[in-house]
Design a protein around this ligand. Structure first.
Ligand code: ZN
Length: 158
């Protein structure tokens, strides 16, 4: 991981904060192509009731519609929280490249259990269990506490 990766990961945390400020769950993601250009970024948008509106899923569909297979394979998805199984599958199905995340699904699960939140309807499998050919890097300890704080704020504001 280099300084550029860290800058993109910081942007995902800022997007997660935007989601929180808009009343949504704090998750954010950025798609960067092989040349280092930011192609797309998004945040969680499940507050309207559609719980498939994860940023990683939106990125996968955007990439399928706007990038060649070669461009997708060379791209990186940066994300504040590790892909859920739905998003990991979408990422693999459209042939995107590596993933870098700040906090892991295991960390999120333990935070939500500390906050006494009800269990997710989807098992928190690691990306590698869903998409074995994707190169994955995370968690990133330098930023994890910022993401943890956003989740605490979201659930304690309920
Ligand atoms: Zn997801």
């Amino acid at each position: 991981m280099n300084e550029t990766d860290l800058a993109h990961l910081k942007r995902t945390v800022a997007l997660a904060k935007e989601a929180l400020e808009a009343g949504d769950e704090p998750f954010g993601s950025v798609l960067v192509d092989a040349e280092g250009n930011i192609c797309m970024e998004d945040r969680n948008r499940v507050a309207g009731g559609d719980h498939t509106r994860h940023p990683e899923f939106e990125i996968a569909r955007w990439a399928a519609n706007n990038m060649t297979p070669e461009q997708r394979a060379g791209a990186t998805v940066y994300t504040s929280g590790e892909h859920c199984p739905m998003c990991a599958a979408a990422h693999a199905w459209v042939g995107l490249g590596r993933i870098m995340y700040v906090s892991s699904s295991a960390q999120l699960t333990s935070w939500l259990s500390e906050l006494k939140m009800t269990k997710s309807p989807v098992n928190p499998l690691p990306i590698e269990a869903v998409a074995p050919n994707v190169a994955v890097y995370g968690p990133v300890p330098a930023l994890v506490e910022q993401v943890h704080a956003l989740h605490r704020q979201f659930h304690q504001a309920d």
